[in-house]
Design a protein around this ligand. Structure first.
Ligand SMILES: [Zn+2]
Length: 327
C-alpha cells in the first residue's frame, strides 16, 4: 500500500444497559472509550481537513498509520457521548447525518426496524402481523407467497437468527417501497407504540447541536437527504437528493467545496459518481470492508472498517488490520 488510511465506521454509541432499548445493537460507550485508547496507541488520528487534503493529492501528506473515525446517521449518541470524548482529547472526526432525520424529524427505515426488533423478546412474535399485512398487499403489488419469502430470505448468519434476518431483509430492500413502508409502519405502531416524531427527537442530533460540533472542529458531511438506496433511483432524483443535502450542509456552515459523501447503505452507480464530481465532492465512503489506499483507490470509492473489526480494549495487541496498515 502506498498511502494507507484506516477509515472506521460507527453507528450507535451509547450506555446501552441504561438506555430505553437495551436490545439495540450498538457499541457500549465504555467500549468506545477503550477502543479510542487502543486507536491512539497504535494509529495517528488524522483531522478531517487533513484527510480531505490527502485524498485530493493521492495520499501525499498523510501521516504514517493514519486513521479517521466516521459516524453515520446523525444519532444523538454522537453529540451526547462521542463528541465530548473526542473534544476532551483534542481529536476530531467525520459525522454524516441524513437531512430528513435532523430537519424533518423522520425516522430512517433501518432505525424503525431496529426498534421493532428491540421491542419484543422473541422476534417470531412479529411474524403473524407481518404475514397478515403481506396478505393485504399481495394482489396489488404482485407479491410472492409468505412461505416463499421466508424460505428465500430467512437464513441465519453469525450475528442474527433466522427470523431477524428474514424481517431485516424483507423490510430493508426486498419488498417494493409502498408495501415495505406500510408493513414497517404497522409493526412500528403496534410493537414500538411511540410517535415517530417523538422518538426521532430523542434519537437524532439537532441542527443547533451540529453547529456546535462544527464550531468545535468536527466535520459534517453528506449522507444524502432521504437516506435512499441511491443506486435504485433515477439521475434526477439522485441529483435532487445530493443538492438537498448540500443546501443543508451550507445552512449548518459546513464546507460544500471539497466535501465528503458517505453513501447510504454504501451503494452508488456511475451517474451518481458523475453528479458528485460535478459538485466538487472530494471523497466518497462506501461500506466495503478494507483499509483505504489513497495512493491507488478512486477517492470517491473508499472502503471502511467497522468498529467491530478493531479491538475494544486499550491493552489489546495490534490486530490484523493494524499489521496491514503498518506494513
Ligand atoms: Zn446510513
Amino acid at each position: 500500500m502506498q498511502s494507507p488510511l484506516s477509515i472506521v465506521m460507527y453507528h450507535y454509541v451509547r450506555d446501552l444497559e441504561h438506555s430505553r432499548y437495551p436490545g439495540i445493537k450498538g457499541l457500549p460507550l465504555d467500549l468506545f472509550v477503550e477502543q479510542l485508547d487502543y486507536i491512539q496507541r497504535h494509529y495517528v488520528v488524522t483531522r478531517p481537513e487533513d484527510v480531505i487534503a490527502a485524498a485530493k493529492s493521492n495520499g501525499e501528506s498523510l501521516p504514517r498509520n493514519a486513521i479517521v473515525l466516521t459516524f453515520d446517521d446523525g444519532y444523538r449518541d454522537h453529540y451526547d457521548n462521542v463528541f465530548p470524548v473526542l473534544f476532551e482529547r483534542g481529536l476530531s472526526a467525520m459525522f454524516f447525518p441524513p437531512v430528513k432525520v435532523v430537519a424533518n424529524h423522520q425516522l430512517l427505515d433501518v432505525n424503525k426496524i431496529h426498534f421493532i426488533l428491540a421491542s419484543v423478546e422473541d422476534p417470531a412474535r412479529l411474524l403473524p402481523d407481518l404475514f397478515e399485512t403481506l396478505d393485504e398487499h399481495r394482489a396489488q403489488y404482485g407479491l410472492e407467497s409468505n412461505e416463499a419469502y421466508y424460505q428465500r430470505l430467512g437464513v441465519a448468519n453469525r450475528f442474527d437468527p433466522r427470523e431477524v434476518i428474514f424481517i431485516k431483509r424483507l423490510l430493508q430492500h426486498e419488498l417494493p417501497e409502498r408495501p415495505r413502508d406500510a408493513i414497517t409502519q404497522h409493526l412500528f405502531e403496534k410493537f414500538v407504540g411511540v410517535a415517530e416524531a417523538t422518538l426521532a427527537q430523542e434519537l437524532y442530533v439537532s441542527e443547533e447541536q451540529l453547529k456546535v460540533m462544527i464550531g468545535c472542529g468536527m466535520y459534517v458531511g453528506s449522507h444524502g437527504a432521504d437516506h435512499l438506496w441511491l443506486d435504485k433511483v433515477d439521475p434526477e432524483q439522485q441529483a435532487r437528493d445530493v443538492d438537498d443535502s448540500l443546501a443543508f450542509l451550507a445552512r449548518l456552515g459546513a464546507p460544500v467545496d471539497d466535501w465528503v459523501m458517505c453513501y447510504p447503505y454504501g451503494v452508488y452507480d456511475d451517474t451518481l459518481l458523475d453528479i458528485l464530481r460535478a459538485r466538487k465532492c472530494a471523497m466518497g465512503l462506501t461500506t466495503e470492508v478494507a483499509i483505504a489506499d489513497l495512493g491507488t483507490h478512486d477517492p470517491l470509492l473508499l472502503p471502511r472498517l467497522d468498529t467491530n473489526d478493531l479491538p475494544k480494549s486499550r491493552t489489546a495487541e495490534p490486530n490484523e488490520w493494524f499489521q496491514k496498515v503498518a506494513s
